[in-house]
Design a protein around this ligand. Structure first.
Ligand SMILES: NC(=O)c1ccc[n+]([C@@H]2O[C@H](COP(=O)([O-])OP(=O)(O)OC[C@H]3O[C@@H](n4cnc5c(N)ncnc54)[C@H](OP(=O)(O)O)[C@@H]3O)[C@@H](O)[C@H]2O)c1
Length: 252
């Protein structure tokens, strides 16, 4: 069993979807939680209540991770309320499905700002706390197959995910001894951001999965995140762990 009792974790974008599942997994393992959200205050408060019912502390922070000032204020809140941060899950991503050839500079910069630069701001700002962690601190980012496959109308988000993975590897090199930084690359999970792809997309993904015999769930992703947040992964550094039931390596 993974016991993360006494550790404090911040999960960005935890009001819904994969971020929510990650927050619950970490709370089940014993973490106190800082839950970041932007618009879904009701869902975020419900999640905080669930975490508290598990006997953990839960603090809510409304912050737009695309805004460096918001990240700064969120980390100042963590310092004031907890004076500790051991785990950071950088989960938020943005971006519409559109062809790269009709993507504006503004759209490009906005997606890169939220999906890539936010991770750098978060890690840079959180480093003083992470370095004081008892044991190794853990940072996990969430990626997708857009980083290693060409997917229809996914070029901008895909490019941002490739950049996110490269950024994580280079941060791992720069930070070295103090912190583990890794990525979980998830296959297709039905959430609010993917539901519009339609049942055929999910059926096709599930049919390429070699294991599972069921659609991929946010909890499957959260399980991998939990591993990378635990001492079991202390010697895993700068890696991208793929959780897709083997769909991504299944030849057609
Ligand atoms: N779903 C998939 O199939 C899949 C596959 C691979 C990777 N991923 C990755 O997994 C991560 C989560 O995706 P998801 O499908 O779970 O998304 P989702 O269900 O749409 O949830 C997105 C979450 O991010 C928050 N958020 C969005 N913009 C934000 C901002 N600027 N600042 C702070 N919070 C913000 C939302 O908060 P509010 O609602 O409070 O605004 C919400 O909690 C993303 O990095 C995505 O690329 C997803």
């Amino acid at each position: 069993m993974i016991d993360l009792g006494g550790r404090v974790a911040l999960v960005t974008g935890s009001s819904r979807g994969i971020g929510r599942a990650c927050a619950l997994r970490l709370a089940q393992a014993g973490c106190d939680l800082v839950l970041n959200y932007l618009n879904s205050g009701v869902e975020a408060r419900q999640l905080a209540e669930e975490v508290r019912q598990m006997g953990r502390r839960a603090a809510l922070v409304k912050a737009d991770v695309s805004e460096p000032e918001d990240i700064e204020a969120m980390l100042a809140f963590v310092q004031n309320q907890f004076a500790q941060l051991d785990i950071l899950v950088s989960n938020v991503a943005t971006g519409a499905f559109r062809p790269l050839l009709s993507t504006s500079t503004q759209q490009f910069n906005s997606v890169m700002g939220t999906n890539v630069m936010a991770m750098l701001h978060l890690v840079r700002g959180a480093l003083p706390l992470l370095e004081r962690s008892q044991g190794r601190a853990k940072v996990v980012a969430i990626s997708s197959h857009g980083s290693d496959q060409a997917l229809s109308h996914y070029g901008l988000i895909g490019a941002s995910k490739a950049a996110l993975e490269a950024l994580t590897r280079h941060l791992a090199l720069e930070i070295q001894q103090k912190v583990n930084l890794n990525v979980v690359l998830a296959g297709l999970v039905e959430t609010d951001s993917t539901r519009m792809l339609g049942t055929e997309a999910f059926r096709a993904h599930t049919s390429r999965m070699m294991v599972g015999g069921r659609p991929l769930q946010a909890d499957d992703v959260a399980n991998a995140v939990l591993f990378l947040c635990s001492p079991l992964s202390d010697l895993v550094q700068g890696q991208t762990l793929v959780v897709d039931g083997g769909a991504g390596i299944h030849g057609s």
